[in-house]
Design a binder for this molecule. Structure first.
Ligand code: V47
Ligand code: SF4
Length: 360
């Protein structure tokens, strides 16, 4: 019989939770008990430190051949608001990032029907030549799969070419909910969950680290979320290549799925999802609260619920804001530091690969 006491004993003695136990936690009405246990697991691993980084997002194009049902960002080339940056625009955003003291550029975009593989190599080289010290975290597993087709290369060959041009690591997007039945409703044109994992296995095999996300709060069930996390935990056992898990709270504006907002959604569910992730994903060092989707208040509160990473300064965010996110476009270093301090934690600026740069 599963009880909170039996789960508590397992966590405190370092044993792995199974799927039924994760479901018990999701269904528990006692948010504070789940959060306290997640905070314990986090502090055992990470102490009172909370990471953030100084970064800048660049979304090089919103033109995309896919029409994921939750996406308010993608356009066809002839739709109003469609754009593609040229290399000069990439360069000027890179220079802005440097001026802001960034250590990372985060580049993701749509699956553009016409840009050649060389454009992506040139984009990476442009950033590297403009700012050799900046780490380039770029392209979701979905984009890597698409680029491999464009390039006519294997995944390994594609990753090697991107690495040579300056790619440093991968963000965690495109995972959505890995279970195919949910994907069929969310994003039928997107690569399968199995393919997403296969690309990530190749990424880790190529010596690159990556992140992993989960888009929640739409049509999925708790069981779907647990299935998603189980597959990530299994791949992490195999490769150790994931740096952080990032649940992404679904934003409901300007997309066809908005009216299907999950009745579970809300602050309690946000905090519980982060806490269960901390407890279930025992082989992930870091759990990130992405403040852009959560809002600063829930993101800050989550630091008492097992979270140890707040992402970064971001600067120009389109994917969440096009879908109605009400958070600001950026948070300054001082704002993030003060938000972490007010939660009784120690702010630590990190680089993309989680090396500690400065403690505040
Ligand atoms: O893959 C799209 C999601 C992702 C919506 O790795 C939406 O450090 C909520 O992956 N509501 C891209 N989410 C963003 C992403 C990310 C962000 C920050 C940090 C990192 C990291 C990765 O955004 C997409 C998709 O899952 N998304 N539409 C929406 N309406
Ligand atoms: Fe395209 Fe990505 Fe939006 Fe899907 S989520 S439509 S792949 S930009």
């Amino acid at each position: 019989m599963i009880s909170f006491a039996s789960i508590d004993r397992k966590v405190r003695s370092g044993q792995r939770l199974d799927d039924d136990e994760a479901l018990f936690l999701f269904e528990s009405p006692d948010l504070l008990a789940v959060g306290e246990l997640a905070a314990f697991a986090n502090e055992r691993r990470n102490g009172r430190k909370v990471f953030f980084n100084v970064n800048r997002h660049i979304n090089h194009t919103n033109i995309c051949v896919n029409r994921c049902q939750f996406c308010a960002f993608s356009r066809t080339a002839d739709q109003p608001g469609a754009y593609t940056y040229d290399l000069e625009e990439i360069r000027s955003r890179t220079l802005q990032a440097l001026a802001q003291g960034a250590t990372e550029i985060h580049i993701v975009g749509g699956l553009h029907p016409d840009l050649p593989f060389d454009f992506y190599l040139e984009m990476l080289r442009t950033v590297r030549e403009t700012a050799p010290a900046l780490h380039i975290k770029a392209f979701t597993a979905v984009e890597i799969d698409y680029l491999a087709t464009l390039a006519g290369l294997s995944l390994e060959g594609t990753l090697e070419a991107l690495k040579q041009a300056g790619l440093g690591s991968l963000p965690g997007g495109g995972a959505e909910i890995l279970r195919q039945e949910v994907r069929d409703r969310l994003c039928p044109e997107k690569i399968s969950g199995d393919r997403w994992l296969e690309v990530m296995r190749a990424v880790h095999g190529a010596g690159l680290k990556s992140n992993a996300t989960m888009l929640y709060g739409h049509v999925e069930t708790y069981a779907d979320r647990i299935d998603h996390m189980r597959r990530l935990r299994e791949l992490q056992d195999e490769t150790g290549g994931f740096q952080v898990f990032i649940p992404l709270a679904f934003q409901t504006e300007n997309n066809p799925l908005g009216h299907l907002k999950n009745p579970l959604s809300g602050g309690v569910d946000d905090l519980k999802t982060l806490a269960v992730a901390r407890l279930y994903l025992d082989n992930f060092a870091n759990i990130k609260a992405y403040w852009v989707m959560l809002g600063e208040k829930i993101a800050q509160t989550s630091l008492c619920f097992g979270v140890n990473d707040l992402d970064g300064t971001v600067v120009e965010e389109k994917i969440g804001h096009d879908a109605g996110a009400t958070s600001p476009q950026t948070m300054g270093r001082e704002d993030i530091v003060s938000l972490i301090r007010m939660a009784g934690r120690v702010p630590v600026e990190r680089d993309t690969l989680y090396n500690e740069l400065q403690t505040y």
